[in-house]
Design a protein around this ligand. Structure first.
Ligand SMILES: C[S@@+](CC[C@H](N)C(=O)[O-])C[C@H]1O[C@@H](n2cnc3c(N)ncnc32)[C@H](O)[C@@H]1O
Length: 268
């Protein structure tokens, strides 16, 4: 489970939005932790296709929001949204979280949804968040919980693990690397944050049926690397194995899959 294999965010960019309704609760938890004032300058790191930066900009027209992401394709997808929706208080730019091209203490708020654990160097990313935040400014971020709380990724990992080489497996270890008790605290402390809280938040992915869930997995290409590496005759058996995992979560409300994230919020 040690591999660092991330999806290719550049090529996923156009399809990542398919997941946004499922992870919306993490965005709401993060935004609920902020108290935004008119004129605030807010940085959303690893902003992907634009969330939660866009929601923040819509709800706070008098705040200035900047979204940054290392993947140019993601930044393009986010910027394209501004062609159809006129928002003059937000912009997106390509930038690695470990090397932010901003002055010290230049933001009132710094946020990041499901980015930090994916950084090549999460501690360096958090140090940069601390550096660009002004004293008294707020930080809010979410990371995935342990493998038990990243249920669907865990299913995929279990289904692929006897069929693929380690380097092709989903990066479950990396994605859940800050989910254990103490892991995120340790990095926040080392980055210089002293006043913060961390809460575990259970929530559900909700689908009408297993078929709807599987259609999303395929349409979003989130497992493209794994499927491409798989012999043709194994594709259906992976689907069948995941369907067996899912069976326990099928009820009269459809397929309801429990997940968990951690939200960390505080001040500098
Ligand atoms: C799971 S997506 C989350 C996107 C968005 N924050 C959201 O919640 O919808 C993770 C994002 O982290 C970005 N990312 C990964 N490593 C990064 C790094 N070192 N610096 C900046 N962005 C990074 C990826 O390009 C991807 O867009």
């Amino acid at each position: 489970m040690a591999n660092q294999n991330q999806p290719d965010w550049d090529s996923l960019a156009e399809k990542f939005d398919l997941w946004l309704p499922q992870i919306a609760p993490a965005g709401e938890a993060l935004l609920a932790a902020l108290s935004v004032n008119p004129g605030d300058k807010i940085l959303d790191l690893a902003s992907g296709t634009g969330e939660p930066a866009l929601t923040l900009a819509r709800r706070n027209p008098h705040a200035q929001v900047i979204g940054t992401d290392a993947a140019a394709g993601m930044v393009r997808a986010a910027s394209n949204k501004l062609k159809t929706e006129r928002l003059d208080n937000i912009e997106f730019t390509t930038m690695s979280a470990e090397q932010l091209d901003f002055e010290d203490a230049s933001f009132d708020k710094v946020i990041c949804r499901f980015g930090v654990m994916l950084f090549e160097n999460p501690l360096q990313g958090l140090k940069e968040m601390h550096r660009v935040l002004r004293p008294g400014g707020q930080i809010a971020l979410t990371v995935w919980s342990t493998a038990e709380g990243m249920t669907t990724m865990n299913w995929a990992y279990q289904a692929f693990k006897n069929r693929l080489n380690e380097e092709d497996l989903p990066a479950l270890g990396k994605i859940t690397s800050l989910g254990a008790d103490g892991a995120l605290e340790s990095l926040l402390d080392q980055a210089g944050f002293t006043q913060y809280q961390i809460e575990r938040k259970p929530f559900n992915y909700q689908f009408k049926s297993f078929e709807e869930y599987w259609d999303l997995v395929e349409a979003s290409d989130i497992m493209k690397q794994q499927f491409d590496a798989l012999p043709d005759n194994e594709r259906n058996s992976v689907r069948d194995e995941v369907a067996r995992f899912a069976r326990d979560f099928q009820g009269e409300n459809g397929l309801v899959i429990p997940h968990e994230f951690l939200v960390a919020f505080g001040t500098k």
